[in-house]
Design a protein. Structure first.
Lengths: 461, 100
């Protein structure tokens, strides 16, 4: 063995180091771009080195596939920020697809000389890859609203799903004891694909941040397993990093929704929305016009905006930035309280506000926001509901009891911008709306914020 | 049990711990770019796919390999692209007006 033969390994090791630095630099927005660059260099080095691998005998398909991949990847990299969650789900699907196909190809290439150990690795890799592929496609479909957002549940669902998974595992065991059962292998793949479908179909739109994180970790672990199958360390490392990241985000999302990890692992979630809607009683709320709201805001020293996904649905981010500008110009402190599950995936709300040019030092996390609320003059809730519901802290019978919330009710005045529907229609009744300090601002978020801004900037815009 | 497995297990466990420690420090502000970036890094499976698509093998294996190359490379290109677009948008107050 000469040193030159190890050259690819040295390059892969450099790529691994760059990947770790890449994630390290993502720790803060100030160094994040450097992090992306480090990742790009690492990936480019690894790909170029691989193209010189002496095992390669033909390049035609590789070049066509690389061009095809770029043709798909570039538009997927250019989607609007509101579509990032479904893009992410699609990229989980592609990642899982690539890993599963390589595993499948390895099985057929190695036949009939596969030992039990190799077969175990391949079977596990292909099962997880396949179920992550269909699971991610379903998640993307739900996020894109092609598929119903509501959780689809039926009696005995968990038994059906677990039996399907059981069937895939039994087929895998048959293959492990006798890998040459070539008819069993495709069946195992199909059943795993079906299980991925069953796993994600029952889950409601509100749980998507958790699902997308969980699929992220599945895809990462699939890649790591593929590294075991192929004995390629760079895949083991990249997969472990991706898997760890997805795992951490899943845990954060679970905590933010007050779900246990086992609860999520067994797909028993998505029940939240169906168990909602209790007795709706007619109670009066205080309402206000944009003029009233602007007058109160002008007198404030400290305003906390609480944005939810409803803000993004109404495309109100840019009006919210103008709102921020108008108040800041008057010397009023404005901050944004971000709940971990605001938006459709972890951190989504921060990206939406950053896109609208809201400076990131004004975006604060839930714990910090909760210590601030007693000093806040006006808390303005835009398109957020459950994450502000005091019942999560006080009402043991509430389906969201125990979920950490933004304690907006501690602010001196609370304003809630809600679409023209009367309170009570939105699944769980929110006690916040009936407080004496709460003003309901009924209207479209974009228009209402726009009207407040017009008032603040002295009419005519 | 092949020795390769044991070595890979060492690598996996260590990388898992490194990942955990590094990712724990990522600001929640950047959790969406984090997921996009790890997706792009994970797309390194393209190196395995390239070998399978181009090595001496059956038509089936080459076809599966080529599809895998396209799928993984789309993640690599798209993932880095969107991560960069996202992290570029994060600006501090006082400085944010200069660019717009």
């Amino acid at each position: 063995m000469t040193t030159a033969q190890y050259l690819p390994d040295f390059v892969y090791i450099a790529a691994i180091a760059l990947f770790i630095l890449s994630l390290r630099w993502l720790s803060s927005p100030a160094t994040a771009r450097r992090g992306v660059l480090a990742g790009e260099i690492g990936a480019a080095l690894a790909v170029v080195t691989t193209l010189f691998n002496p095992e390669l005998v033909q390049y035609r398909w590789i070049i066509i596939a690389l061009a095809g991949g770029a043709a798909i990847g570039i538009p997927l990299g250019m989607v609007p920020m509101t579509a990032v969650p479904q893009r992410t789900a699609m990229s989980h699907a592609f990642g899982a697809l690539a890993a599963a196909l390589i595993g499948i190809s390895e099985y057929y290439m190695r036949l009939p000389n596969i030992n039990r150990f190799e077969m175990t690795e391949i079977a596990l890799e292909v099962i997880i890859g396949s179920l992550s592929f269909t699971g991610s496609l379903i998640a993307a479909g739900k996020l894109q609203e092609i598929l119903p957002q509501r959780p689809i549940v039926y009696k005995g669902q968990n038994y059906v799903s677990l039996s399907v998974l059981g069937a895939a595992i039994i087929l895998a065991l048959i293959l492990i004891f006798n890998p040459v059962h070539t008819a069993v292998f495709p069946l195992m793949v199909v059943i795993s694909l079906f299980f991925g479908f069953l796993l994600v179909m029952p889950i409601g739109g509100a749980d998507m941040p958790t699902v997308i994180s969980l699929l992220n970790s599945y895809v990462g672990f699939t890649a790591a397993l593929l590294g075991f199958v192929l004995n390629t360390k760079v895949l083991v490392v990249a997969g472990a990093l991706d898997g760890a990241s997805g795992f951490i985000l899943s845990v954060i999302m679970c905590r933010a929704m007050n779900r246990s990890f086992t609860n999520v692992m067994f797909g028993a979630f998505g029940q939240l929305q169906t168990s909602a809607a209790g007795a709706v009683e007619e109670r009066s709320v205080r309402t206000a016009t944009p003029e009233d709201a602007a007058a109160i805001l002008e007198a404030a020293n400290y305003v906390m905006v609480v944005p939810g996904y409803g803000m993004a649905v109404a495309q109100a981010q840019h009006k919210v930035r103008e709102f921020y500008d108008a108040l800041t110009k008057r010397g009023i402190e404005v901050k944004f309280a971000i709940h971990p599950v605001a938006g459709r995936m972890p951190g989504h709300m921060n990206v939406l506000l950053a896109e609208a040019d809201v400076p990131y030092d004004k975006l604060i996390e839930m714990e910090d926001a909760n210590t601030e609320f007693p000093q806040v003059d006006v808390a303005l809730v835009i398109g957020a509901n459950d994450v502000t519901n005091p019942a999560a802290r006080t009402d043991k019978s509430s389906p969201i009891y125990g979920m950490p919330i933004l304690e907006v009710e501690k602010a001196r005045t609370v304003m809630v911008i809600k679409r023209g529907m009367s309170p009570g229609f939105a699944g769980i009744d929110n006690q916040l709306y009936y407080l004496d300090k709460t003003l309901m601002l009924f209207g479209d978020a974009k228009n209402f914020v726009g009207n407040i801004v017009r008032e603040l900037t002295g009419g005519g815009h | 049990m092949p020795t390769g497995f044991i070595t890979n297990l060492y690598v996996f466990v260590l990388a898992g711990f490194v990942g955990f420690e590094v990712i724990r420090r990522v600001s929640p502000l950047l959790h969406t770019p984090l997921m996009a970036l790890t997706n792009a890094l994970d797309a390194i499976v393209v190196v395995a796919a390239i070998i399978i698509a181009g090595r001496q093998g059956t038509a089936l294996s080459a076809t599966l390999g080529a599809i895998a190359v396209a799928a993984a490379f789309s993640n690599m290109v798209g993932g880095f692209l969107i991560t960069d677009r996202m992290v570029r948008m994060f600006k501090l107050s006082g400085r944010e007006r200069k660019q717009s």
